[in-house]
Design a protein around this ligand. Structure first.
Ligand code: GFB
Length: 319
């Protein structure tokens, strides 16, 4: 991809968007366009159309989305389906109208059926029913990847869909009611260590299995797709390995240095029993994730501690 390409990163303040911007800058791309929500409301179709008419964008990285963990998905399905559908419809359609050359749409491994053979191949899409705790979000993400595919077929666009497994890394959401499991447990372990607590509460039974990808690996995969002129299709992005939630909690406790007991709150949902992606499509092109889980959690923990230390004086100043 041309280093002078004009690249719009939608959602640049989020975990995925900010990782994409970091990676693009590190790789020498300089014409990166971003807009805050106050500057451009992606749910406003007329505003999105005007933006694309004015800005002469070559490449779109569509990382703007309403995201959240199992509880947020299960309790706010209306927001998850509406906001994701409207953002992706507005951006993908406006990009097509404005003759954008390339677009990468980001989905999630929850698009695949609940009872999927493991590891999950891209071909298993729409072969049986979805996991109910996140079916609204999943339907929106399936619609997004189908939009890309339909526009490629009808209008010869070059829109690609990446389906990352559960992500973590800098700029994650650490709010315990809306976050994903990894940032939630990292925060709980840190606070338990600091307060000298004897126990740490893990939601569910601890038996579901999940695969975790550092967001910098997702950014690397995205650049790989763009630089290798992949112009269509659906690609799983993962590490090819998973672990149980109990094992994840133990790993996080080791990194953080919390030595208390794990307590399992089975009033909280487990969600889908297992979600391990088959990553052979990207591996066949010679792309592999490089950040190991314990190493990635350690880096994320350092970032979490540093951002908390940084936020105290700022919060005090605003008060
Ligand atoms: O990451 P998570 O919220 O979402 O939860 P999903 C994964 C597993 O960790 C579930 C358990 O079995 C949770 O019950 N868990 C244990 C916890 N302790 C905690 C905790 O303190 N907080 C949270 N959040 N979970 C989401 C979907 O599914 O994954 C989205 O809802 C999206 O649609 C995203 O696909 C990647 O992996 O179950």
């Amino acid at each position: 991809m041309n280093k002078h390409a004009r690249i719009f990163v939608a959602g640049h303040r989020g975990m995925v968007g900010s990782a994409l911007v970091r990676r693009l800058l590190a790789d020498g791309y300089r014409d990166i366009v971003t807009r805050s929500r106050a500057e451009l409301d992606l749910t406003d179709q007329a505003a999105v159309n005007r933006f694309f008419e004015d800005e002469q964008i070559d490449v779109v990285l569509l990382a703007a989305a309403r995201v959240g963990g199992i509880l947020a998905n299960a309790t706010r399905p209306g927001e998850f389906i509406y906001e994701n559908l409207v953002i992706e419809t507005n951006v993908i359609h406006a990009a097509y109208r404005a003759h954008v050359e390339r677009l990468v749409f980001f989905g999630s491994s929850c698009i695949y059926p609940k009872q999927c053979p493991q590891p999950i191949r891209e071909e298993y899409l729409l072969t049986s029913a979805l996991e109910p705790t996140n079916d609204a979000y999943a339907i929106a993400k399936i619609a997004g990847l189908k939009l890309c595919d339909a526009y490629n077929r009808e209008y010869n666009t070059q829109f690609v869909a990446l389906m990352p497994t559960n992500l973590y890394g800098p700029n994650d959401n650490y709010d315990l009611n809306s976050s994903h499991v990894l940032p939630a447990l990292l925060r709980k372990a840190h606070e338990a260590k600091v307060s000298g607590a004897a126990t740490l509460t893990v939601w569910g039974s601890g038996t579901p299995r999940r695969e975790f990808l550092h967001v910098d690996d997702l950014a690397a995969a995205t650049l790989f797709i763009l630089e290798h002129n992949v112009t269509e299709g659906l690609f799983n992005v993962g590490v090819g390995d998973d672990l149980s939630i109990r094992e994840l909690a133990e790993c996080i406790n080791r990194v953080v240095g919390f030595e208390g007991e794990l307590v399992f709150d089975t009033s909280k949902p487990d969600g889908t029993p297992r979600k391990l992606l088959d990553v052979s499509r990207l591996a066949g092109m010679n792309w592999h994730a490089t950040i190991g889980l314990e190493q990635g959690i350690a880096a994320t923990y350092r970032d979490f501690v540093a951002s908390r230390a940084g936020s105290t004086p700022a919060a005090a100043l605003q008060a």
